[in-house]
Structure formats: structure tokens, C-alpha cells
Design a protein around this ligand. Structure first.
Ligand code: GLY
Ligand code: MN
Ligand code: MN
Length: 446
């Protein structure tokens, strides 16, 4: 059993590292001070109810507090950062508790009741002060040159791409929680629960509310698995066993896991064989992850591997190379092989190799790829190949010039199962990668 990480010690090193990274970003972009706003709660139209609050991820990079709207972090190189912490005297809602924990010693924390108090304590921002986040009352008229300046954002995004040891410890914990919840969800599926019931089991498994999850969980039985971001949560218990595609993650200190498993209705049969084959293929792809690997090349390799698998399974009637070249493989896999992961489930920094360089486009015919860079140690990526039977894409293919490349009888047999996705979270390291998801599943069995 490995010892629990000491998050306070890890955070101290993280704080030092992101201080240096932010100083370099400010210097490169000609700013002297950075303000980071955590974000505003948003009212629904004509209502007094707010949407769930999602904090500015740049704020959480510094301040591991995800439920703190209207806070402002002020960072000036060489000075202790000031955190204006919004905690109004309210009796309608519980104000956020003043932050506690080892990380707080790095900040000058000033409780404030409203914006006027924050602004009164600060100089009027000039051209040397940049604000990252939503403008807030009193600052609506900030010039675009200082409000989320694109060049500075690109620099800061680049600083978030290679995770610090603290961030990796948070990712590991998010994976552990996500896997615990996946195991609870699988048990609920085995007990014949509805999609809604499985979702409830997932939430109970990780002890998080729906609004705390890093993204809306996808709990899709049978043909629902063909909708990539299926969200309906059917309340009916099925009358007979069905397959389940569950794509759901848990959060820890703002960092998220993004995990998908597909469970066939029974361990035998054509669909179960396809799930097993994709699982092996996914692990072979994970084994290729290391610094220096081009992610677009790996994405294209995955298409070739999946087309090979579909040819062997009798779904494709053309060579794997032809299937990739003509776009037929994309009928079965229309999304990217994976993406950067961190404070955002589709984390920033996936396209620009450096802050100065233009974005690298995805390969022709693969517009959904969200990571077009070469892998580097410290990146966290998802590996999520899939095979889906999606009506809208199959119908198009059936009308198109490549229709004879598909065995439509095989498709007719398989489409009731929706689709398959196997998704793990990987830390790229000098020797290859660490598979956070498989390690968490293995640890849960010990
Ligand atoms: N859960 C969203 C994704 O896998 O990208
Ligand atoms: Mn996912
Ligand atoms: Mn993903």
C-alpha cells in the first residue's frame, strides 16, 4: 500500500513553480500584475435561481477552492499574492467558509463582503494589469488589451500543459474516486438498474453531487451508446440485460478524471468479442504513448487498427487502408483519440506547440481531434478509441459511394448495442506513461 500523498508539501512546490511560470508569462506579454477572477454566479432568465457555478480554471490552478464565486486573486511578481475572498454576511445562503489548509499560508487572504470593498483596496487597473476571467461590476469597461488578452492566455495555457507533481497527485486521486464510482455503477448495472439508477450509484460511489463532477456523466444503455454525449438518463429498468457505455469521472481539488467503460449484456457473442478486441487495442495504443510521439499520427494509427479490427469482425469489406483513406473508418469513430486533461476535461493547450506558434490543424478528415501536438513528459492525456453504430452516420454512408465497403447485415446485428468506448487517463513520463485508470482499477481489487 503506498502512503497517502502530502498535498500541503506538494502544493508548496506547485506554488513556487506556477509563480515562476506566471512571472515568465507576464514578462513575455508586457504585464506587471495579474488579476484572476474566480467567476460569477449566473441567474436564469427572469428567475432568481442560478446555474451551477463553474470556477475559472486559472483561479483554481492557484486556489484549490472550487465553490468560491466573486473572488479575486492579485499577483504581482515579487509580492505575496492577495486573495480577496468573497464571503458576504448572508442569511439566504451559506457564505463560503474562509479557506483553510496548508495552501492558505502562501496568500494574504482578505475577506470581503462586496466588489466595492475589493476595488477600494486596489489601484485602478492600467495597461500593465491584465484580468483573466469574467469582468465584474465596476470593471465592465476594461479595454480588450487587458481583459483576457489572447497572447497572455496562450502563454498561461501553455504553462498548464505540463502538470506539476501536485497536479499529478490530484489527478491520481480524481482517478481513484472515479474508479470507485465506476465500480458502484457497474454493480448497479448488474442489478438491472435504469440509467438514472446507475447514475445515482455513480454519484454515491464518489460522494459527489452532479454539479461537482468534471463533466456531465454519460450513462447509456444499449443503442443510447451511439449518442456520443448521451445525456437523457432513462428512468426505466430494462426488462432484459443490455450493454452499458458509461463515461463518467470524479473531481478532486478541481482536477477531473474522464473514464469510460463498456460492459456488454453478456460475456458471449459478437458484441462482447468486439468489446474485448477494442480493450486489447486500447491497451496496445497506451503502450505507444511516450514523449516525442505525434498525437495526430497515433490517432491515424488507431483508425488503421480499428479498421483492421472491423475487417476481421466482418463489419468492413474493404482493406483497412482503404477504409481510412476513404473516411469509412470515421463512420465508426467520429471523435478524436483523446485530449489533454486537467482542470478542464478538455484541457487547454492542445493545439499550439508554443505560445508564439500558430495552431496545428488536425489531419484532413479528422476535425474533432482536440490534441494536435507531440507528446511531452508531464502531459496528461485520455486514450479513448471507440466503435459506434450511429444512425445518422451509417445512413449517410449507405447513400454514399463507399456503401459497398460495409457489411450491412453485420451492422444491423450490432447497432442495438449502440457503441463501445474504452477510456483511460495517462500521464506521459520519461519512460512512457503511467495509466492512472488501470492502476486505480487494479488497486481497487487488492
Ligand atoms: N467525456 C468526454 C470525453 O471523453 O471527451
Ligand atoms: Mn470521456
Ligand atoms: Mn475524454
Amino acid at each position: 500500500m503506498t502512503a497517502a500523498p502530502d498535498f500541503d508539501t506538494l502544493y508548496t512546490a506547485h506554488f513556487g513553480e506556477i509563480t515562476a511560470r506566471t512571472e515568465s508569462a507576464l514578462a513575455a506579454c508586457g504585464f506587471e500584475t495579474l488579476w484572476i477572477h474566480s467567476g460569477l454566479e449566473r441567474l436564469a432568465f427572469l428567475d432568481d435561481q442560478t446555474y451551477p457555478f463553474r470556477s475559472n480554471p486559472h483561479f483554481i490552478w492557484w486556489v484549490p477552492h472550487t465553490e468560491a464565486p466573486r473572488c479575486l486573486l492579485v499577483f504581482t511578481p515579487g509580492q505575496r499574492p492577495v486573495l480577496f475572498f468573497h464571503c458576504p454576511r448572508d442569511f439566504w445562503h451559506l457564505p463560503p467558509a474562509l479557506p483553510e489548509g496548508g495552501w492558505t499560508k502562501h496568500f494574504d487572504i482578505r475577506p470581503v463582503g462586496d466588489w466595492a470593498e475589493t476595488l477600494a483596496a486596489l489601484p485602478t487597473p492600467d495597461a500593465r494589469t491584465a484580468l483573466i476571467g469574467e469582468p465584474f461590476p465596476g470593471l465592465e469597461a476594461l479595454s480588450p488589451a487587458v481583459l483576457n488578452p489572447p497572447a497572455l492566455l496562450r502563454w498561461l495555457h501553455e504553462q498548464r500543459v505540463r502538470k506539476t507533481p501536485y497536479e499529478l497527485a490530484c489527478q491520481r486521486e480524481a482517478s481513484r474516486l472515479g474508479v470507485t464510482a465506476h465500480r458502484a455503477a457497474r454493480a448497479a448495472h448488474g442489478a438491472g438498474e435504469s440509467e438514472y439508477g446507475i447514475h445515482q450509484a455513480f454519484l454515491a460511489g464518489c460522494g459527489q453531487r452532479e454539479m461537482e463532477l468534471p463533466y456531465r456523466a454519460i450513462v447509456a444503455r444499449g443503442p443510447h451508446g451511439a449518442t456520443l454525449h448521451y445525456q437523457a438518463l432513462d428512468q426505466h429498468r430494462p426488462s432484459a440485460p443490455t450493454s452499458l457505455l458509461i463515461d463518467a469521472g470524479a473531481a478532486f481539488r478541481g482536477y477531473g478524471s474522464d473514464i469510460t467503460r463498456t460492459w456488454p449484456a453478456s460475456q458471449d457473442g459478437e458484441f462482447a468479442d468486439l468489446v474485448d478486441a477494442l480493450d486489447r487495442l486500447q491497451q496496445a495504443l497506451c503502450a505507444r504513448v511516450r514523449p516525442g510521439v505525434s498525437w495526430p499520427d497515433l490517432h491515424l494509427q488507431a483508425h488503421l487498427d480499428i479498421a483492421t479490427l472491423l475487417r476481421h469482425a466482418g463489419v468492413l469489406r474493404v482493406s483497412p487502408e482503404t477504409a481510412v483513406d476513404t473516411g469509412l473508418s470515421s463512420v465508426f469513430l467520429p471523435h478524436g483519440l483523446g485530449h489533454l486533461l486537467g482542470l478542464q476535461v478538455h484541457d487547454v493547450g492542445g493545439f499550439h506547440p508554443t505560445p508564439h506558434a500558430p495552431a496545428l490543424p488536425p489531419p484532413a478528415g479528422h476535425p474533432a481531434l482536440r490534441l494536435t501536438r507531440t507528446l511531452e513528459a508531464g502531459m496528461v492525456v485520455t486514450m479513448e478509441p471507440g466503435i459506434y453504430f450511429i444512425d445518422v452516420l451509417l445512413d449517410q454512408a449507405r447513400q454514399g459511394p463507399q456503401a459497398s465497403g460495409i457489411d450491412w447485415e453485420a451492422v444491423a446485428r450490432l447497432r442495438i448495442h449502440g457503441g463501445i468506448r474504452i477510456e483511460d487517463n495517462l500521464v506521459v513520463n520519461a519512460g512512457g506513461c503511467e495509466n492512472l485508470t488501470r492502476e486505480a482499477f487494479a488497486a481497487a481489487l487488492i
